[in-house]
Design a binder for this molecule. Structure first.
Ligand code: FES
Length: 81
């Protein structure tokens, strides 16, 4: 069993398995944290491999791609909705 880390997503503490990506944690949040501005519906990943920049979020004050960033204990993630 992988160790569990706690990160803050838009101020809310969320537990996640160490080693998973921020994108995978965001994807499982309900209600969805990422919403398509065009469709006003939950938005998933696009490339999932760091190419398209569709998953950018603010992590510890820096703009990062969520799909290639692993969670860390104490990480602070801000997602614009
Ligand atoms: S989903 Fe394409 S860079 Fe993250």
């Amino acid at each position: 069993m992988s160790p569990v880390v706690t990160l803050l997503i838009n101020g809310a503490p969320i537990e996640a398995e160490a080693g998973v990506t921020v994108a995978s944690v965001l994807h499982r949040q309900r209600p969805a944290l990422r919403v398509s501005p065009r469709l006003q519906a939950p938005r998933g990943l696009y490339c999932g491999m760091g190419v398209c920049f569709e998953c950018v979020v603010t992590i510890d004050g820096q703009t990062q791609r969520a799909c290639i960033t692993q969670v860390r204990d104490g990480m602070v993630v801000e997602v614009a909705s």
